[in-house]
Design a binder for this molecule. Structure first.
Ligand code: GRF
Length: 192
């Protein structure tokens, strides 16, 4: 549903540092933003990213994960209550069930630090370097039941140099993550 402001009510799910949340908040504050971040959810009470939500006075909630069913039921209630149209996962470390995805029934996006379909899951930078790949990058994709396998919305690559370490590659890729997440949202919401 489109809000009177024309912006999609968005929830961002995090588990840690929150640098992608920070970039999404920055985008949401631009004049032409197509989203309004109304809710930040974390499964980690000490997630650094909560600081950015607080700083921008965005409603943020820590939900303790005891089991998938009760965690997701709580999520669904919150999403409904806040009239959420779009979920952006940003370093969120829990895997959402097919049941949750079906019940929410609107777009759920994720950002992943590799050129999907390469390197689903963790340790993406290490694996790219080990395999002597020439390029790595970041991908924004739809979330489906299968981990890191939904349709790709936007992808950008970076060159891996011989001198690159996991740390330097991670840093380079994070920088492009911050650029492509807002771009992917614009692409999705404008069908461009
Ligand atoms: C990012 O590299 C993202 O691609 C991955 O988890 C990391 C989260 O970083 N899914 P941050 O919490 O957004 O700083």
């Amino acid at each position: 549903m489109e809000k009177s402001s024309g912006k999609k009510n968005t929830a961002v799910f995090i588990s840690g540092r929150g640098s992608n949340l920070k970039s999404l908040i920055k985008y949401s504050k631009t004049k032409k933003s197509l989203i309004k971040i109304v809710l930040v959810i974390s499964d980690n009470s000490t997630a650094k990213g909560l600081y950015y939500a607080n700083k921008s006075k965005i409603n943020n909630i820590f939900i303790k994960y005891s089991n998938k069913k009760s965690f997701e039921n709580r999520l669904l209630r919150l999403l409904k209550r806040n009239d959420i149209d779009l979920i952006c996962l940003a370093g969120f470390m829990k895997i959402l069930s097919g049941n949750f995805i079906k019940k929410f029934d609107k777009h759920i996006l994720n950002i992943h630090p590799s050129l999907l379909p390469k390197y689903k899951g963790l340790n993406t930078h290490y694996r790219a370097i080990q395999n002597k790949d020439k390029y790595s990058g970041a991908t924004v994709h739809f979330v489906t039941e299968k981990l890191d396998s939904g349709k790709i919305i936007l992808q950008k690559r970076v060159k891996i140099f011989k001198a690159d370490s996991v740390k330097s590659l991670k840093k380079k890729i994070l920088k492009i993550e911050h650029k492509i997440y807002p771009k992917a949202i614009i692409r999705l919401l404008t069908n461009y």
